[in-house]
Design a protein around this ligand. Structure first.
Ligand code: TLP
Length: 341
């Protein structure tokens, strides 16, 4: 089975498994887990922030970010198809008690002028704008890189209005590798950032939330409230250290495989590749094949390829560490044969 459903399906490498086995551990709620401490220090350094916190998942990291930045009754600005809005089970409403104001982006990027026009002024009728959320790469825009120039513009205007900026950087290393720059080129234009260790970077579990020292202290309390204070978490942090220090550069291979798959899919008349394939995600529209996305995904699965539905007629493929170029060529062959017959 060639599993292209998500880069979340990657399994830990041998080295990660060994590191987990050998990890020095302690009780992290007492801040006595040396491996977690190393991961958090390294993450803060790499992301160019004062401090970092190991959290259980990307969703938890984003939720802690919103909870720490906002108060109930605040309004947050975010892109209409951002993960926080689209895929986190309504958690910002359920937990933080904030309302969302969505802005349609183009390739995942929001127009700074539109953001500015949505920031609330002083008026007793209005909620306070508590946070601007960006997502990079943008999942539903097909792994699109939001250029750091756009982030800079948003960040500069956010200073004018004193509204913090959080970046859902679940795949921020993909953005950095694709743009041939350091991750700090992006994170410098944010107050806080969440990055996932468990997607293309291959760790089994975990994300990092990074920001200022005082912010991360408050975030630590929210993590505890949410039941995310783990004990001998070094077992999980050890693979995370490898993810962060050894697995980022190789994301370029996933991007090459994605481009390879996309250009071959483009040759099939009835399939339309709808995104630009900046990174490791390919979104195709299959309506001209006569199949719905569900039928198409089912057919693929029967023939040994897994993908996910992305809309009624759209399907997402995601490349990652556990699919080789050979696997991609096999997947290409399978898809061509299914569509021919
Ligand atoms: N995305 C998953 C699904 O939840 C859709 C996927 O397969 O792509 N931010 C972004 C941009 C994400 O894509 C994801 C996961 C998360 C946050 C949440 O991370 P986890 O799954 O660790 O909670």
């Amino acid at each position: 089975m060639i599993d292209l459903r998500s880069d979340t399906v990657t399994k830990p490498t041998e080295e990660m498994r060994r590191a987990a086995y050998e990890a020095e551990v302690g009780d992290d709620v007492y801040r006595e887990d040396p491996t977690v401490n190393v991961l958090e220090e390294k993450a803060a350094e790499i992301l160019g922030k004062e401090s970092a916190l190991f959290v259980t998942s990307g969703t938890q990291g984003n939720q802690i970010a919103v909870l720490t930045h906002c108060r109930p009754g605040n309004e947050i600005l975010l892109e209409s198809e951002s993960h926080i809005f689209y895929y986190e089970s309504g958690a910002v409403a359920a937990f933080a008690g904030v309302q969302t104001r969505t802005i349609n982006g183009v390739k995942g990027r929001m127009d700074p002028l539109q953001i500015e026009s949505c920031i609330r002024g002083e008026d007793q009728h209005f909620p306070e704008t508590g946070l601007i959320c960006l997502e990079n790469t943008h999942n539903r825009a097909g792994g699109a890189v939001v250029p750091y120039e756009n982030m800079k513009d948003v960040y500069e205007l956010s200073r004018k209005y004193n509204v913090p900026v959080h970046v859902d950087g679940a795949r921020l290393f993909n953005a950095a590798v694709s743009s041939n720059c350091s991750v700090q080129q992006f994170t410098q234009y944010s107050d806080t950032v969440q990055i996932c260790l468990s997607k293309g970077l291959g760790a089994p579990v975990g994300s990092i939330l990074a920001g200022s020292k005082s912010y991360i202290e408050k975030a630590r309390k929210w993590r505890k409230r949410l039941g995310g204070g783990l004990r001998q978490a070094g077992i999980l942090a050890a693979p995370g250290i490898i993810a962060l220090t050894k697995m980022t550069e190789r994301l370029a291979e996933d991007h090459e495989n994605a481009t390879r798959l996309a250009s071959s899919l483009q040759e099939i008349n009835s399939i339309e590749v709808v995104n630009d394939v900046d990174t490791n995600i390919i979104v195709v529209d299959v309506k001209n094949t006569g199949y719905s996305s569900e039928q198409f995904v089912h057919l693929l699965e029967k023939n040994g390829v897994r993908a996910v539905t992305f809309g009624p007629t759209t399907v997402r493929f995601t490349t990652h560490y556990d699919v080789s170029t050979n696997d991609i060529d096999r997947a290409i062959h399978i898809i061509h044969s299914i569509i021919k017959h």
